[in-house]
Design a protein around this ligand. Structure first.
Ligand SMILES: [Ca+2]
Ligand SMILES: [Ca+2]
Length: 454
């Protein structure tokens, strides 16, 4: 069913126009978002733009997949400092989102109703859902190895939809349509900070749905429209409930999406993906595919209250996903399917310098990371077509109570603490067993150690 009368009229006008043209753009109620209907494949597409500068037209047809598969060369590695490895997965998937539940188990979702799963740490991926047209999934969040939610849209009804699995993707619950904007209801990325609190983007309406009750049914979600235009790319939802999304506007919520304010824009064109750490340091990116193909990243140290006056990174393709491990290590991924360009840029110094770590020759859309062991994390990037890459980085877990530095807190650390019992020696001698830094090794430090026992 068509969701609103204005939407219906727009579609009708497009159908008439499509008789003589394969792709026709019709003006929607919001001038920055355009709906069209492909006269050949009958897919409804939406374009996000501002003042004639376009960042994205989605979704894609089977013909797009065939053409891009034929055109994409094997991707060379950009350097040997960071080794990215291509994972093995089914061919022909327009991947939009990836989420790792653990070092072993993860999920990735894409267009034409496809979800794939790994159970071997990303090495291989297999289908757990393959609905086909008219289902498109642009968001995916694994809350744990069993519970995973996907978000997207139904291309015929125009509904924004989510779907849950409670058994690691073996079976899926009903397709749930979320009541939302009167314009374009389609959903993009989804994030949960715990099992109760989630946010899903109504990206093409500049809105969000939020839940504080797990989001299992449509009634668990509340719709809010902090922008009213469009958002693009990955967004941030921190455990402390701060939220940032960006597109035409940059919007911020301090409380899980209840209250919103508008922050300054970074780019004079428009913004897109946004990644902010708990320290309030972070990045915002964007780019265009028309009339020129290019991208950018700006930085912030105050949660987006202000941005660097100039880009800290300029790229030859739009940035669509941003992610930070800490204040120093971060990534910017993106690309453009229409010119077979894309990859991952990385920084190790908080955005002062960047290098192209991975040249995929195609569009990357989402990133995630997960701890592999006490000494390493796995970083993932996913995108078109059927591309998932993994980098395993040396990144030791910071355990203050790991006094002997072997990556675990155990009886050896306990013995060190007991042997250091009492007042700390005078500086510059170190006092590693004084875990709370109060100058004495005592029962308070013992409690900290026991609380972080491996
Ligand atoms: Ca230890
Ligand atoms: Ca102490």
């Amino acid at each position: 069913m068509i969701a609103s009368s204005s939407h219906h009229i727009s579609q009708f006008a497009c159908r008439l126009a499509a008789v003589s043209m394969s792709l026709v753009f019709c003006s929607h109620s919001d001038a920055d978002v355009h709906i069209a209907r492909d006269g050949v494949s009958d897919i409804e597409t939406v374009t996000c733009e501002s003042a004639g500068q376009v960042i994205e037209t989605v979704p894609h047809s089977e013909a797009d997949v065939k053409r891009i598969l034929a055109a994409t060369p094997d991707a060379p590695l950009a350097g040997d400092r960071v080794e990215w490895t291509k994972m093995t997965l089914p061919s022909g998937i327009y991947l939009r989102a990836i989420s790792m539940a653990s070092a072993d188990v993860g999920f990735a979702a894409g267009e034409l109703g496809k979800v794939i799963r790994t159970t071997d740490g990303g090495e291989t991926w297999q289908y757990v859902l393959n609905q086909g047209f008219p289902y498109y999934y642009y968001g995916c969040k694994a809350i744990d190895e069993d519970r995973v939610v996907i978000s997207g849209f139904q291309n015929q009804t125009g509904e924004g939809i989510i779907r849950w699995s409670d058994d690691g993707g073996d079976t899926w619950g009903p397709v749930i349509a979320l009541p939302g904007p009167t314009s374009i209801k389609w959903l993009a990325h989804v994030e949960f900070i715990d099992e109760d609190n989630g946010i899903v983007e109504a990206a093409w309406a500049g809105g969000v749905h939020r839940t504080t009750t797990g989001g299992q049914t449509a009634a668990d979600w509340t719709y809010i429209e902090p922008s009213g235009s469009w958002f693009n790319g990955t967004f941030t939802f921190l455990p402390d409930k701060r939220v940032w999304l960006a597109g035409i506007d940059v919007v911020y919520s301090p409380d899980g999406g209840v209250n919103w304010s508008t922050l300054p824009s970074a780019s004079p064109t428009f913004d897109g993906p946004i990644a902010i750490l708990e320290s309030s340091k972070g990045y915002i990116g964007g780019g265009t595919i028309s009339p020129s193909v290019k991208g950018w990243v700006y930085g912030t140290t105050d949660g987006g209250s202000s941005w660097t006056p100039q880009p800290i990174l300029n790229t030859p393709f739009p940035i669509r996903a941003l992610m930070s491990l800490d204040d120093d290590r971060g990534w910017a991924a993106g690309g453009n399917i229409y010119t077979s360009i894309g990859g991952v840029w990385g920084t190790e110094d908080g955005g002062d310098t960047w290098q192209l770590e991975l040249n995929t020759g195609n569009e990357m859309n989402d990133m995630d990371w997960v701890r592999f062991d006490a000494g390493h994390v796995d970083v993932y990037v996913a995108g078109y077509i059927s591309q998932i890459w993994r980098a395993r980085l040396d990144y030791p877990l910071w355990l203050p109570a790991d006094i002997n530095g072997d990556g675990v807190v155990d009886v050896l650390d306990l013995l060190e603490l007991l042997s250091a019992w009492g007042p700390c020696p005078d500086p510059p001698q170190e006092c590693p067993a004084d875990l709370d830094g109060n100058g004495v090794v005592d029962v308070l430090d013992l409690l900290i150690l026991l609380a972080s026992w491996s």
